[in-house]
Write a protein that binds this ligand. Structure first.
Ligand code: TNX
Length: 528
């Protein structure tokens, strides 16, 4: 290999290493040991800047931890203690830094609210940030520089816990990096949602969007309308038992997400996707008759009765309870596929629901169809279509509406990878890893300036998904691809380099028991 590299001219050599998905250390290292130092191409999302210093840090049994934030310190200690078996005593707020020190001072101002600086020498690790979330993201990067087995939930003795030395300065391209889980088509328990939060946090996701209601189920207890959960939550796609979150369950999810620096965005889909609500209360129907519960997978057949005053009382009470339980700034009102509502009724409905959400002190998020209405300045539209132009959305963006990008043919985690994928759907085509990664959120929608894009979200619809293993299979490896688009600068975008660094995640998922899809487009390390 080295002989081959020596014979190439430098540009050809660089092209070769890029094609091999390596960073340039292979090139320089062949001639000069001093310049050989480089970070391995293993961190997803790839950091803004990395410079190696030639040293190697080894985590030993006598190592200590200090942290200015006890939550993040405890999180790191938990992972490291489990896999290394070391004691790793943690001192919170200590003045003398430990072997590994997480500090809320000394970060360069460029890292902003969520970024961090990670400095690794032969004997120490320093993560500096302006906030606990920055420390948390720095911890994720540090973990990815340690051997994959660091993610093992049980002690592994055969590994030397080494990490390449150097400095990483890193911060996100977009403020909004979301993942959505549809708990309506199939219900997922609090434990399953927490498990997904654990996985998402490894890739610097900072918003968890929960699709809490749809035709097949209503999943959150609303005290003023108890039948919604009790009856509307009693089934799911395929006719299973369904389920719902009590308000205490929902609070537990919100708190767990917060401890992973993720803000929950609850969605009550309206005016369509509402059969479960309509089935729970006859009085919500224009004809006063409750339809039966629905366990199929059709979309677009249900609508709240937009001309009925009770509809808005209902939404005011639902949004009021949900807003009180939700510390985050957004309530998602859905707004997609309202094909049983006329356009003028739809527009007047969205206008009224925006006001209801505002009355409860929250901003609206909605699927991009809501751009047909006049959007409030704080309303955020989520683009989900398979085309790349939408005139109503472009008009809204021109007047200041921010957009979250979830184009179904790139970002929908429920699309099949290919015709052989046993789970998922294919209405937006097949989405393998290169398709998930191969687009630029900032330059995708015709006539919409990159400054209108607030971030990306990877939705996971659950018509075909029943277990956490099913969730894993669809989310991994595509979720990290989408989060790299949301976090890393556009200038780092390289399909081949990405496919290699994504491959480095495989052994980590293996160590964690994540049931990932072994896409042939990814360069998995041999033996993983
Ligand atoms: C479209 S796109 C939907 C969902 C389905 C999904 C399945 C959008 C906002 N709505 O109701 O679950 O396709 O892929």
């Amino acid at each position: 290999m080295k002989v081959l590299m020596f014979r190439r001219t430098r540009p050809a050599l660089l092209a070769a290493v890029v094609a091999l998905g390596m960073t340039v250390f292979g090139a320089a290292g062949a001639t000069s040991p001093a310049a050989a130092a480089s970070f391995p191409n293993v961190v997803v999302p790839v950091p803004v800047s990395e410079s190696a210093n030639g040293s190697t840090f080894t985590l030993g049994s006598a190592a200590t931890l200090t942290a200015d934030d006890g939550g993040v310190g405890g999180y790191l200690a938990g992972i490291l203690r489990a896999s290394t078996g070391y004691a790793l005593p943690l001192a919170v707020g200590a003045t003398t830094p430990g072997t590994i020190a997480l500090s809320l001072s000394g970060a360069p101002s460029t890292v902003g609210a969520e970024g961090y600086q990670l400095t690794i020498t032969g004997s120490s690790v320093r993560i500096q940030a302006n906030s606990a979330s920055g420390l948390f993201h720095g911890v994720q990067t540090f973990l990815q520089l340690l051997p994959a087995k660091v993610m093992s939930p049980t002690a592994v003795t055969s590994v030397a816990w080494k990490a390449t030395g150097g400095t990483i300065v890193d911060y996100p391209r977009y403020e909004h990096r979301g993942a959505m889980l549809d708990v309506a088509r199939h219900f997922f328990t609090v434990a399953q949602v927490k498990h997904y939060i654990d996985e998402l946090s490894l890739y610097k996701v900072n918003y968890l969007h929960l699709h809490l209601s749809d035709d097949q189920g209503w999943r959150i207890a609303i005290n003023s309308w108890p039948n919604l959960a009790a009856y509307g939550g009693s089934t799911e796609v395929g006719g299973g038992a369904g389920g719902y979150y009590t308000q205490a369950d929902y609070a537990a999810i919100v708190n767990y997400a917060a401890s992973h620096y993720m803000t929950v965005v609850p969605e009550i889909d309206t005016p369509g996707h509402t059969n479960a609500a309509l089935a729970s209360y006859a009085s919500l129907n224009c004809n006063g008759v409750a339809p039966p519960l629905y366990t199929g997978t059709d979309v677009g057949f249900s609508s709240l009765c937009t001309s009925l005053p009770l509809t808005y009382t209902f939404l005011d009470q639902v949004v009021g309870e949900l807003a009180a339980l939700t510390p985050g700034p957004y309530i998602h009102i859905g707004g997609d596929e309202a094909s049983s509502t006329t356009q003028s009724d739809y527009v007047s409905f969205i206008d009224q629901v925006q006001q209801i959400v505002a009355d409860h002190g929250k901003a609206v998020m909605g699927w991009h169809n809501i751009a047909a209405a006049t959007l409030a300045p704080s309303t955020v539209a989520q683009f989900w279509d398979t085309n790349n132009s939408n005139s109503a959305l472009a008009a809204a963006a021109a007047t200041g509406t921010k957009i979250i990008m979830s184009p179904a043919n790139h970002a929908y985690l429920d699309m099949k990878y290919n015709s052989k994928t046993p789970l998922g759907q294919n209405w937006a085509g097949y989405v393998d890893v290169n398709k998930a990664y191969g687009w630029d959120p900032g330059n995708y929608l015709t006539g919409i300036s990159s400054s209108a894009i607030a971030g990306v979200e990877a939705p996971l619809w659950s018509e075909t998904l029943v277990t956490s293993a099913n969730i894993d299979y669809m989310a991994f490896p595509r979720l990290p691809a989408l989060m790299e688009l949301g976090w890393s600068p556009e200038s780092t975008h390289s399909q081949s380099a990405f496919d290699a660094r994504l491959g480095a995640q495989g052994p980590r998922w293996h160590a964690m028991g994540v049931n990932y899809y072994k896409s042939t487009q990814v360069k998995w390390p041999t033996g993983s």
